[in-house]
Design a protein. Sequence first.
Length: 139
Amino acid sequence: MKSYRQELWFEIPDRVGFRNITGEVERCLAASGVREGLVLVNAMHITASVFINDDERGLHVDFTRWLEGLAPHEPVSAWRHNDTGEDNGDAHLKRQVMGREVVVAITDGRLDFGPWEQIFYGEFDGRRRKRVLVKIIGE
């Protein structure tokens, strides 16, 4: 069995944003040489997310609006986590909703997606570098 590990680094210029990382994951898959197996893609920061969905701009606006309704950034005093001097209590909750990681099957050397599926990095406390782990195992 082969194993491959790569870190991807991102710096989203805004507090909240989404980035399609499917191409980066596909490049990792090609470098791994794995033809059949699994790929794990996981956000290695507690205020960021990795998820699978459609690459449609309106949907991304809807995600932002919906998440802000669930866990608004302001007032920052609303979140007990911020009592420590932080201002990102909402980002932790948003990450919890959107998820930490995805696992995708690899079949015949390709990501085995359903229609319209893409992999996204979601940022909820941006403006600094954060990393995503890509771990590929298989034959």
